[in-house]
Design a protein around this ligand. Structure first.
Ligand code: MG
Length: 389
């Protein structure tokens, strides 16, 4: 590896954000080299990426797939195994930037591993801050490591805050498309299918986050994420429904002025910004044409049809390990919905149940968060097995 180029490691390179990150790098005018790319089970995709892009190494978190990959691969670089391997990839000493694009709680420890190795993190895994926000932000502060948001809303807020001081912020307004069911009547929610839930109107994303958008817990996660990233109390973070997904978020200041960031709903734009921040590079992504779009509309969120959004506010109000419970319960419930075991509204019931029953820990350590995560998964899995056979 030559020392002049920036070295990037992508955790979760075969997922939606990982693939789009590689597309951004390919069309970038700056030279990058890849440290590690990692996958869980999509080893064919990983092989294709590794042979084409020639990273220093790869890591495969599922051991079964590691062995399968190792036996048949033509890739000549380093091959790391299991969760330990992903942690090692995150902590690779040559990394200049780690893109954390893992899905779910699995992102927590690798992200922490990158921070503890004093590497800048471009964070696309929102469950990390939902589950372990205080821990992650304290570690980042201690190591003086910037955490740059990849999520379109947080990228928008970051861009609106350039040149401003936090004291002059009155509130952050996170926009939400409302997902595929924003106009669906309440009585139809019970019978909504997995296929319907996977059809997001504006954004092409992975399955987990698409279901999270359908229940709108995704927006609740983003409120929690914004709270940690920008250091604002939860009552200064609002949600506004904006079905066209053109305004990606807004910041209102103490003088009544409001800044917004606009763009096409294309994740490659916030990904590119997170890689070059605070600079901007030239990209030829499709341009926004407001005269073509014509009308932008806005509505208040509906906590009645989308109780998951309310549960997210409740969890952060409760504080401590409650948001880790929120996340773990949601991961299990979403998986059960995707396997046709429960209906969409049951996701909120299961999360509410877990938040009521699981013991809350005030200032959880990493171990306590990991234990809370496990306990919640078991609790919700048992509830599903007892009630929804
Ligand atoms: Mg988002």
């Amino acid at each position: 590896m030559s020392s002049s180029n920036r070295i990037l490691t992508i955790l979760g390179s075969t997922g939606s954000i990982g693939i789009q990150t590689l597309q951004v790098l390919e069309s970038s005018t700056e030279k990058y080299e890849l440290g590690f790319i990692t996958a869980n089970s999509k080893i064919d995709k990983l092989e294709e990426q590794a042979l084409k892009l020639n990273p220093y190494g790869v890591a495969i978190s599922d051991e079964k797939y590691y062995h399968e990959f190792k036996n048949k691969t033509k890739f000549k670089g380093k091959i790391l195994c299991g969760e330990e391997g992903v942690l090692e990839a995150a902590a690779f000493e040559k990394n200049d930037l780690v893109v954390s694009a893992l899905v779910g709680f699995s992102g927590v420890q690798p992200t922490l591993s990158a921070i503890n190795s004093s590497t800048t993190v471009a964070l696309a895994n929102k469950e990390t801050l939902v589950s372990a926000g205080s821990l992650i932000m304290n570690a980042a502060k201690e190591k003086k490591v910037p955490i740059i948001a990849v999520d379109s809303e947080h990228s928008a807020v970051l861009q609106c805050l350039i040149g401003e001081s936090l004291d002059s912020v009155e509130k952050i307004i996170l926009t939400a498309s409302g997902g595929p069911f924003w106009t669906t009547p309440e009585e139809e929610f019970e019978s909504l299918s997995v296929e319907q839930a996977l059809e997001h109107p504006n954004w092409a994303m992975g399955n987990k986050i698409t279901i999270d958008s359908a229940t709108m817990i995704n927006k609740g996660f983003e409120v929690i994420e914004a709270h940690w990233l920008f250091g604002l109390p939860i009552n200064q973070i609002e949600v506004l429904i904006h079905p066209q997904s053109i305004i990606h978020s807004l910041v209102q200041f103490v003088d009544g002025s409001v800044k917004a960031q606009l763009g096409m709903p294309d994740m490659r734009i916030p990904i590119a910004y997170s890689l070059s921040y605070p600079k901007r590079l030239n990209y030829s992504f499709p341009r926004l044409d407001l005269s073509d779009i014509g009308i932008l509309t806005f509505e208040m969120p509906d906590y009645f049809r989308f109780p998951c959004l309310k549960l997210a506010y409740d969890a952060i109000d409760k504080g401590g390990s409650a948001t880790a419970v929120l996340n773990a319960a949601n991961e299990i419930a979403v998986h059960a919905f995707l396997s046709n075991k429960i209906s969409l509204p049951e996701i909120a019931h299961l999360i509410g149940n877990a938040l009521d029953k699981i013991n809350n820990i005030g200032q959880p350590t990493l171990n306590e968060i990991v234990e809370t995560d496990k306990e919640t998964r078991l609790f919700v899995t048992n509830l599903i097995n007892e009630n929804y056979k």
